[in-house]
Every structure is written in structure tokens, then in C-alpha cells.
Write a protein that binds this ligand. Sequence first.
Ligand code: IPE
Ligand code: IPE
Ligand code: MG
Length: 255
Amino acid sequence: MASTLEQGSQIVEKSLLPSHVAIIMDGNGRWAQQRGKPRVMGHRSGIASVRAVIESSARKQIDVLTLFAFSSENWRRPQDEVGLLMKLFIEAIQSEGKKLHENRVRLRVIGDVSAFSQPLQDQIAEIETLTQNNDGLLVNIAANYGGHWEIIQAVRQLADQVKSGEIDVADINNELITKSLALGDVVPPDLFIRTGGEQRISNFLLWHLAYTELYFTDTLWPDFDDDAYDLALECFAGRQRRFGRIAEQLGSDKV
Ligand code: IPE
Ligand code: IPE
Ligand code: MG
């Protein structure tokens, strides 16, 4: 019998769970504004949702979780909000790092971290090193990340390899490009979730989302609890992924 995971009334068969979930955690600012509080309170509350979604993913034995924490475009926000986000980022790594390690989580940051302050870069390097050999859930935090940036990095790397004679132009294929990307060593996301009501990709994982199932919810990120996550996973379990084929070719009972 296939193993099942029971969450309240929701039961999702393990084989129907995604291996990789990618989330745009959106709506913190509006959550705070609706309560007459400064936007940063929403970011603070959002950390509890991050903790919950990591714990839930680990419990469900999902392999990879990629969370969009700060985009390359988010520098355009008011300076004080950016400053507070950076402060929160440092605090969160300090307060959560040890527990993540104890739970065998491997934490990685993808994005151009060179733009961050030295103390933040040091914290990131420290937690990545501490957790690098863990065999549990892999959590990728996308920080100062942009899909365009990631592709530009890959193109530059491949161009260098052509220039040095390491590869030929004709060698450049899907696999080589994928391997040159920041997220090139894991399976692409099966499920993409965006909270906060907007239905756009906002420069997240442009290459990797080619065949990802997209799920949008109006729930604001600080309200995204276990039940909301289960709802997204249940919706995913009902999707039929055809990858260009027709239903009759799949031999699936979800036709
Ligand atoms: C997402 O919430 C968090 C970050 C982008 C850092 P927002 O801050 O975008 O919240 P809204 O969309 O303004 O409500
Ligand atoms: C996307 O959210 C980035 C993160 C959640 C980190 P934004 O709130 O920045 O996206 P836009 O500006 O509404 O597209
Ligand atoms: Mg937003």
C-alpha cells in the first residue's frame, strides 16, 4: 500500500507529493497594513510561516524547498525597508540555524550574495558550511536572486568555457545550461506556489519553471499555515502532467 500523509482531514499519497516545491512568499506588507502596522511587522510575522513550511516539508519528506526571500528588484524599495529586511535576514539565520541543522536540513542561499554586507555574507557562509553534509530537506533561499541574473551567470560561464577551448559551441545543450545555473544540481520544481494574490513570476526561476505546475493563492504569506500548504499539495496531486504528450500516453489513473 502506498504510504500516506495525514494532515487534519487531508490525506495525500506520498507518490503524489512534489519532490521540489518553489514558493514566492508574497503579501507580508499588505498583511501588516491591513492591521494598521508598519510593513516590517509583516516580514517579521512571515518568518513563522517560513519555519512552518520548512517543518511541514521535512515531515512530508519533500526533497527540495526553494523560497524567494529577496529579489534583485527588491533593492528598489524604500531604503529603510531594505535595511530592516537585511536585519531580519541576519536575525533569522542566527535564531533558526541551529535548529535547522539539528533537523538535518541543508541550507543554501542562491543569488548574488556579494551585494550583501560582510556580516550577512559571513552568516550565510557559516550556515551553508554547517549544514552542507546534512541528508534531510534541502532548503534554497533565493536572496538577491533574479532569473535573468541566474541565466546571465550561466551564459558567461559557458562563454568562458568556449573561449578556453574546454567545450565547443555545439556542446551547449539543455543539460549543460542547466548545470551552469545556480539551481542546476536539483530536479526542477514540480510545484510553484505564490501567495498574496498576484499571478506573476516576478523574475523567479525562469529556466526551471518550464514544466512546473503553478498554484496561486490569495492567502497572504503570514497567513500561509499547514492547512493552506496542504490545500496546495492536494491541488497538485490532482494535476495531470503531460510534458507535451496526450493523456492516453500516460497510463495514469488521473486521466
Ligand atoms: C514579500 O512580501 C516579501 C518580500 C518581497 C521581501 P511583500 O513585502 O512584497 O508584501 P506586499 O506584496 O507588499 O504585500
Ligand atoms: C517577489 O515579490 C519577490 C519576493 C517574494 C521575494 P514582490 O512583491 O517583490 O513582487 P512584485 O514586485 O509584486 O512583482
Ligand atoms: Mg509583494
